[in-house]
Design a protein around this ligand. Structure first.
Ligand SMILES: NC(=O)c1ccc[n+]([C@@H]2O[C@H](COP(=O)([O-])OP(=O)(O)OC[C@H]3O[C@@H](n4cnc5c(N)ncnc54)[C@H](OP(=O)(O)O)[C@@H]3O)[C@@H](O)[C@H]2O)c1
Length: 376
């Protein structure tokens, strides 16, 4: 297929682009202009970071083309000739670009996530198959705690933040375009995307990367103090959360793999899919795995009752992770009946979120952290 892809330079985008190229698709990637580099060079760097083995020269200007544009601008910021050329020569659009920041102004979500999706729908209407694949999010379910089915979308639920709300509105716009404008659509709802199954590699802008990095800073501070003191031996560090709640993590390569199969599956069009882990990890178990992976015996996840006696460092840390903390208390169950029905035997299980998997993620962040600072 000829695929037009937005968000190709992002965490999921690079993994997906790699898979699409390896499968022999032709891809035009829309990349927003950056200071001091070309979009072509920037995308090449992001792809090589994700897969250093990928022979870029084999693809660039052959089956991979790069367009300079911005989804929040009219016609993606392309001139009329380019716009129609790209749209008319694509079979489908995969709209994956979004701002994934959790705490920015509503205006930004309106421009990039909602406005960008409206532009994407318009673009899709000019593609050969009038088709849009929309990367949505499992968290369009907002603060629901029951079982969420893949074709359910309720804009009246409570959302934890405006990011969730903007993704739900965008998804709803795509569904409406399917119903009223004759656009063929497919909705993909990943849960929390984590690093690559083999390498643990993830984007340094990613929330989980940022969270683990902050933990390393806290750990460094505590051990520095302990090393400087003869009387203190307590390396205790508590994070508040519901240890019994599950967290649905899904490796980036698995999500990319599923998307690349779904777009080739006729029966997948007009449907939504939870690209989630069928066996999500308990938060308490995750805490134990992180404790071991970071070699930090004092690290624990605790229930809310301990809030009052938190140390100043714990309190400060808790304030800095407020945007993530909203996810530490509950989570719905993501039903996958449609995904199972459509993919049948082609649906493989993602690898479990095991101690080894957490070790890989933590090791990846640690390497980056050590390259910035010397710890312990
Ligand atoms: N990460 C998750 O856990 C997760 C979970 C569920 C759903 N999702 C969804 O999956 C998709 C990809 O997420 P991700 O984690 O890969 O995010 P990401 O790493 O932040 O990547 C976002 C991509 O969108 C591009 N982009 C942002 N604003 C743009 C604009 N105005 N014009 C053109 N491109 C723009 C970014 O370009 P730059 O390189 O220039 O920044 C980047 O390529 C998003 O739709 C997100 O909502 C993510």
């Amino acid at each position: 297929m000829n695929i037009f892809l937005t968000g190709a330079s992002g965490f999921l985008g690079t993994a997906l682009l790699r898979d699409l190229l390896l499968k022999g698709h032709s891809v035009t990637a829309l990349v927003r202009p950056r200071h001091g580099t070309t979009v072509r060079h920037y995308l090449g760097c992001r792809l090589s970071e994700y897969d250093p083995e990928l022979p870029l020269n084999k693809y660039l200007d052959k089956t991979l083309h790069v367009a300079n544009g911005d989804v929040s601008h009219k016609n993606f910021g392309l001139n009329a000739k380019e716009y129609l050329h790209y749209a008319n020569s694509a079979d489908i659009l995969i709209h994956n670009a979004a701002t994934t920041v959790l705490d920015t102004d509503w205006k930004v979500y309106e421009q990039i996530n909602i406005g960008g999706t409206r532009e994407a729908i318009k673009f899709a209407s000019h593609t050969r198959q009038k088709s849009i694949v929309q990367t949505s999010s499992a968290y369009v379910a907002g603060d629901r705690t029951d079982t969420v089915y893949e074709d359910q979308l309720d804009l009246a639920v409570g959302f934890r933040n405006n990011y969730e709300r903007s993704k739900a509105i965008s998804e709803s716009d795509v569904r409406n375009a399917g119903a009223t404008e004759g656009i063929r659509f497919m909705i993909l709802r990943p849960s929390i995307i984590i690093g690559d199954t083999q390498s643990g590699r993830m984007s340094e802008d990613h929330h989980l990367f940022n969270f683990i990095l902050r933990l390393f800073w806290a750990r460094q501070m505590i051990y520095k103090r302990l090393n400087a003191s003869r009387t203190q031996h307590d390396d205790r560090f508590r994070i508040l959360g519901n240890v019994d709640v599950t967290k649905n993590f899904i490796p980036v390569d698995y999500v990319a793999h599923l998307i690349s199969i779904l777009i080739e599956t006729k029966g997948a069009w007009g449907k939504s899919f939870h690209l989630t882990h069928p066996h999500p990890i308990r938060l308490g178990t995750l805490g134990t795995y992180i404790q071991r992976a970071m070699d930090w015996p004092g690290f624990t996840l605790c229930p809310m009752e301990t809030t009052k006696d938190l140390s100043p460092l714990e309190r400060r840390f808790f304030r800095t992770i407020k945007i993530y903390e909203q996810y530490f208390w509950d989570e719905p169950t993501f039903d996958q009946s449609q995904l199972k029905a459509v993919l049948g035997k082609r649906l493989t299980n993602p690898s479990p979120i095991s101690q080894e998997a957490v070790n890989r993620l933590v090791r990846f962040v640690l390497e980056k952290f050590q390259s910035r600072k010397n710890i312990r």
